[in-house]
Design a protein around this ligand. Structure first.
Ligand code: UDP
Length: 500
């Protein structure tokens, strides 16, 4: 830490999809306000963050602090310090065990305050860490909650856990407090463990206590833009009753370099992910195909589908004659890092796709940003993780939704109902999908006219809104840039009020 004072301390949740937006936020706040920022996390995640910097050397304004964490002590496999490769029940354990970071985090703050003689301006913590509000109060500073997802999805998740039980009748549909009456949610949008939650089980009790504490924060930052989510943001503001600054989307640098977007500057290598193909090879393959003709398929960094779903997806793809790039992993029940077996796909599928040039199968990990920003990519069959969603929308790429977990089903609902840029194919890993349905949905979405054409117009409009929101040229400042500045002045004003 040296002699530098620390203005903001950040505590992201232990998942790549959270660590990277936090790092990006830190970079942007530093560039706008010159603040020095500390990021605290478990040792492996700090190493991961460090590995994203050039020659593993973090810039002097960023301070990385390791908080001791014993995963085995929480019934997790040794060295399980983030969600990667953890099954859902283990991810649950990781979420719950993160409360054990409270004492080391408290001690870290004491140390910082001792060295610099005053508390940081604020703490920015993840939505799962409601306990930080208490630490912030004790330290005479404030907690800001940063939701790395969108407003709609995060509010749906909060409202779900804070207002259990929801289904007072046998109906499969239900409303969530905070959303207008017209927003009907469906039981199939809930993950199995959410379906079982009755308000008194351990999950319900834990999340309810964390989420209600998060609602005592000074304010919220969200990884979305004002124009993108009018309903989500309006509902979130009414529900939380405190300032919500939509400062996103925090997109990755590589993508921004290729697109007219210009304001991000974070580095975002996915350390530990071995690419199944080089970006050059992907671009070469895409170059051979027509404008907006290719379907890109990926389920994010930690999901896969069941064996029967994989089979039907493959058959449907082949029948559709649509060119595709598919990031493929071993199906559910197999080690995700295991060698891919051809028996998981229809006989001869891989060879036929190669020969006809219809499909490019990428094992494990693809350069998603390069693929989405290529002119041949027309649609994205996605699990609707928030980063993937924003990357697709920012490039004007239509979506076929197949949500899996977390708030993805709510994101998918918003993409269909509020934005009109997606058709949902199915949900989860237990649904039965037919190759006919796969072919039909691909046909609708890839179409240049009709519904597919409408979706394209809408998604282009959203891509434009994103470019405008992050615009930062002279006096022309987009809504997300203004929101960042508003947030910075709010915490500076609080400092003057408290310390003058
Ligand atoms: N990603 C990638 N290549 C892949 C799969 C994922 O680069 O083969 C990146 C993708 O660009 C996105 C992130 O991993 O930035 C996935 O984040 P998201 O929020 O969409 O889903 P999660 O992995 O958290 O479920």
């Amino acid at each position: 830490m040296g002699s530098q004072q620390i203005d903001i301390v950040m505590l992201p949740f232990m998942a790549h999809g959270h660590l990277i937006p936090f790092l990006s936020l830190a970079t942007q706040i530093h560039h706008r306000a010159g603040f020095n920022i500390a990021i605290a996390n478990t040792p492996l995640n700090i190493q991961y963050l460090r590995s994203t910097f050039h020659q593993h050397q973090n810039p002097p304004w960023i301070h990385l602090f390791e908080l001791p964490f014993n995963s085995a002590g929480h019934g997790l496999p040794p060295n399980s310090e983030n969600t990667e490769n953890l099954p859902l029940d283990q991810i649950g354990k990781l979420v719950i065990s993160s409360v054990s970071l409270k004492t080391p985090f408290h001690n870290l703050l004491l140390d910082i305050i001792k060295k610099q003689g005053k508390p940081p301006l604020c703490i920015i913590s993840d939505v799962f860490f409601g306990w930080v509000v208490e630490v912030a109060n004790i330290m005479n500073t404030v907690n800001i909650t940063f939701a790395t997802s969108g407003a709609y999805g995060t509010l749906a998740l909060f409202s779900f856990w804070l207002n259990l039980p929801h289904r007072k009748t046998d109906s499969e549909e239900f409303n969530l407090p905070g959303f207008p009456e017209r927003c009907k949610f469906h039981v199939s949008q809930l993950h199995e463990f959410m379906r079982k939650a009755d308000g008194n089980d351990s999950w319900s009790r834990f999340l309810k206590s964390q989420f209600s504490s998060s609602l005592q924060s000074f304010g919220w930052l969200t990884n979305t833009a004002e124009e993108l989510e009018p309903l989500g943001l309006d509902s979130l503001r009414k529900y939380t009753q405190f300032p919500v600054w939509p400062i996103g989307p925090l997109l990755q640098k590589q993508l921004l370099n290729k697109s007219p977007l210009s304001s991000s500057s974070s580095t975002t290598q996915h350390a530990g992910k071995s690419p199944g193909i080089s970006a050059e090879k992907c671009v070469e393959w895409l170059d051979m195909h027509d404008l907006a003709s290719v379907l890109y398929i990926s389920f994010g960094s930690q999901n896969t589908v069941s064996r029967s779903q994989m089979m039907e997806l493959a058959i449907g793809l082949e029948k559709s004659w649509t060119p595709f790039i598919w990031v493929i992993r071993p199906p559910l029940g197999f080690d995700l890092k295991a060698e891919f077996r051809s028996e998981w796909l229809p006989e001869g599928f891989e060879a036929r796709m190669k020969e006809s040039n219809q499909g490019l199968l990428v094992k494990n990990w693809a350069p998603q940003l390069e693929i989405l920003s290529h002119k041949s990519t027309g649609a994205f069959l996605s699990h609707c993780g928030w980063n993937s969603t924003m990357e697709s929308l920012s490039q004007g790429v239509k979506i076929i939704g197949w949500p899996m977990a977390a708030e993805q089903a709510f994101n998918s609902k918003m993409l269909v109902d509020e934005m009109g840029v997606s058709v949902e194919l199915t949900r989860g890993v237990q649904s039965s999908i037919s190759s006919e349905k796969v072919k039909e949905v691909i046909g609708i979405v890839m179409e240049k006219e009709g519904k597919g054409g409408d979706m394209k117009r809408k998604v282009e409009e959203i891509a434009h809104q994103i470019r405008e929101a992050v615009k930062d040229e002279g006096n022309e400042k987009g809504s997300s840039i203004k929101a960042k500045d508003d947030f910075i002045s709010a915490i500076k004003t609080r400092k003057q009020e408290v310390f003058s």
